[in-house]
Design a protein around this ligand. Structure first.
Ligand code: AHM
Ligand code: MG
Length: 347
């Protein structure tokens, strides 16, 4: 096998490809053709972004600041802008009538025939919310970044729905491998894929994803400890007390600074991620955005048997009031998140 790999030949055997996965779901009525096409186009966009990172990054500084700022006032990097352009281009001529992007103040209307047809057909009229490039601060230092997406029905103009009403959600992580985790509303668990860069195909990985209920790994930016609200401070004190404390176990900490990378690890081996609200001005509701960061991650988390909350409330029940509103986000292994919920409800 090693020899075959060295010779540049390969055989992906019986592994299921993303196209087959989508076709199966169309055939059993779980998703519409329109949903399959939007998902496929997002995957094509991710392949183009992967190539951009691998190849164009040699001659272009993808982490260079463009001088522009996104909806939140964050400086835009070259790759933020390029990734968004690629995704929007790929969603033309699909049933996506609008794209809501972290990089734009307002939804972008797509004016293709298919989107127009979709607009007249209630069940196929869609809106895609994206964080085109999650982990922007890591672009320049060759650390995993990603694209997060949420596919929503568009029954009321370009207004995002509650997270529990998403049609599908997923994210791509551009790391040593490009990977995808994806779930549709009627799925009972998400599926992971890895990009085979030799032929540009996403190939299914092992079994369906299930986040272990218990874990001893957490992710939080501890540099903000002085600003945390008391429930997180109290929980962290228990965590740091280790085996001798009330939690009675020792933890490891990981913090990548790209949520997609922390999330991928949690979907593969469990753990808990926290970006809580804190006392810093403007961070009372944390940093992450509800519609295109917290909702898709929470949808995947619950499909994988985990929990996702803002402290005390389920993320997927929150009604978006603003396209770019922030929310505190805690997600991951059910038992650990439940423990955190108890701290929030008791204080
Ligand atoms: P971005 O979408 O602008 O890249 O911001 C989101 C990122 C997350 O990926 C990550 O978890 C968080 O911001 C890191 O924030 P901080 O630098 O405050 O730790
Ligand atoms: Mg982000």
């Amino acid at each position: 096998m090693a020899f075959v790999m060295m010779m540049g030949c390969y055989d992906d055997g019986d592994k299921m490809r993303l196209d087959d996965y989508l076709t199966n779901r169309c055939d059993d009525g779980r998703i519409s053709l329109a949903e399959a096409k939007v998902t496929r186009q997002l995957a094509e966009a991710a392949i183009a972004i992967t190539r951009l990172i691998r190849v164009s990054g040699i001659e272009t500084d993808l982490g260079a600041e463009t001088g522009g700022a996104n909806s939140d006032g964050d400086d835009q990097k070259a790759l933020d802008v390029m990734a968004e352009e690629i995704i929007i281009e790929h969603l033309q001529n699909t049933a996506a009538a609008y794209v809501l992007s972290e990089e734009q103040d307002a939804p972008i209307a797509l004016s293709s025939d298919e989107a127009a047809d979709a607009a007249s057909s209630q069940d196929q009229h869609m809106m895609v919310a994206i964080d085109p490039l999650d982990g922007s601060s890591n672009i320049a230092v060759n650390v995993t970044v990603g694209t997060i997406f949420s596919i929503m029905p568009c029954t009321n103009g370009p207004m995002p729905c509650r997270g529990r009403d998403q049609l599908a959600a997923g994210f791509f992580a551009y790391g040593p491998q490009t990977t995808l985790i994806l779930a549709f509303a009627r799925d009972t668990a998400p599926q992971c894929f890895v990009l085979d860069e030799r032929d540009g195909q996403f190939v299914a990985m092992d079994d369906l994803v299930r986040i272990p209920d218990h874990s001893n790994e957490y992710a939080i930016n501890a540099a903000y400890a002085a600003h945390w609200f008391s429930p997180v401070k109290s929980w962290m004190a228990e965590v740091l007390a280790g085996k001798e404390g009330a939690y009675s176990k020792s933890f490891r900490m990981r913090w990548v600074g790209s949520m997609v990378a922390d999330a991928w690890r949690i979907f593969r081996r469990g753990g808990v991620f926290l970006y809580p609200g804190d006392h810093r001005k403007g961070y009372e509701n944390g940093r992450l955005r509800l519609v295109y960061e917290a909702n898709p991650i929470s949808f995947l988390t619950e499909k994988a048997g985990g929990r996702a909350v803002n402290g005390s409330d389920r993320i997927l029940d929150l009604l978006p009031e603003d396209l770019h509103q922030r929310t505190a986000l805690i997600f991951g292994s059910a038992a650990e998140v439940d423990h955190l919920i108890a701290f929030h409800r008791n204080e």
